[in-house]
Ligand binder design. Structure first.
Ligand code: ATR
Length: 282
């Protein structure tokens, strides 16, 4: 914990709820490991316009945005990163003063960068790789967008066909129903749904018999850290990427935006693991 004083710079996360967020542990560890006089706090927010106006007047420098505000916050910002605008959702705010000392808030999306970085860090070359993405929510959109942008071939699948087809159309990729996956082979399988998340620890989005068809399997669920999907994938020799990887790498990109410096990823990862254990998940 830094010595908080009159020069401490403020960072945090807005969402509802934020009780279980691991981001404060990750970002405070990053600031501490580089000796930065900065602090990152959780802020439960229901009244979004009031909260954004509060960030301006309280002098916050950087803020994470989580559910349910990732899309709703956009009208209250001054600037949008073009890629975040294309995705239609943001997870990061950067606040700065302009020449007239007006506070300018710019929105970014680092989720898709985090997903790509998690895969790349595991040794997967994204250009030309074939990836099956399960899910049709905000996480699937970010993961699918990142893969498409990196030149991967994406196949989307989802429990509900209609929302799956809709997202596939938006991404410009193929949709295959969960029941029709048995003929497919691919480099990567990525679960972006909550299947397998506590308390549904026996849940798994695809039949385990299909797992040998993939070189690598990534799950964005991190409670438990080794989901049934990852356990079964590991047992048949797939490379596995756990749910803390995307969280870490999207946070590392936030850190870079906020500080202009490379993120201390090892310190951030170990803080995430400790926070997860303390929260009773591991
Ligand atoms: P997020 O924005 O965090 O990605 P979301 O918008 O609630 O979350 O999306 C959840 C996704 O997980 C959906 O694709 C959902 O499938 P449906 O479209 O069929 O609802 C999927 N999902 C959630 N729980 C699931 C489960 N137990 N099995 C399969 N899919 C599940």
């Amino acid at each position: 914990m830094p010595l908080i004083n009159g020069s401490t710079e403020l960072f945090g996360i807005i969402g509802s709820p934020v009780r279980h967020t691991l981001s404060p542990a990750m970002h405070n560890a990053a600031f501490a490991s580089l000796g930065m006089n900065r602090v990152y706090v959780p802020m439960p927010v229901r009244d979004l316009p009031q909260a954004v106006s509060g960030l301006r007047s309280l002098g916050f420098r950087g803020v994470s945005v989580t559910v349910p505000h990732k899309e709703a916050v956009i009208p209250f910002l001054d600037e949008l990163d073009p890629v975040a605008e294309q995705i239609g959702a943001i997870n990061t705010l950067l606040l700065r003063q302009d020449n007239a000392r007006r506070i300018i808030i710019r929105g970014y999306n680092t989720d898709w960068i985090g997903s790509n970085a998690a895969l790349t860090a595991a040794g997967i070359a994204l250009q030309g790789c074939r990836a099956v993405v399960a899910g049709a929510g905000g996480a699937a959109k970010a993961v699918g967008f990142g893969l498409m942008r990196a030149g991967a071939e994406v196949i989307l699948t989802n429990r509900t066909e209609e929302s799956g087809r809709q997202l596939a159309q938006w991404l410009g990729c193929e949709f295959v129903a969960l029941n029709d996956l048995s003929w497919l082979t691919a480099d990567v399988f990525i679960n972006t749904t909550s299947a397998g998340m506590e308390p549904d620890v026996d849940g798994i989005i695809i039949p385990p018999a299909l797992l040998p068809r993939f070189v690598a399997v990534m799950d964005i669920v991190y409670a438990p850290l080794e989901t049934r999907l990852l356990r079964e994938a590991r047992a048949v020799g797939c490379r596995t990427i756990d749910g803390l990887a995307m969280l870490l790498h999207q946070g590392a990109e936030q850190f870079r935006l906020w500080t202009g410096e490379a993120a201390p990823e090892a310190a951030m990862r170990s803080a995430l693991e400790i926070a997860l254990r303390i929260s009773g998940h591991e």
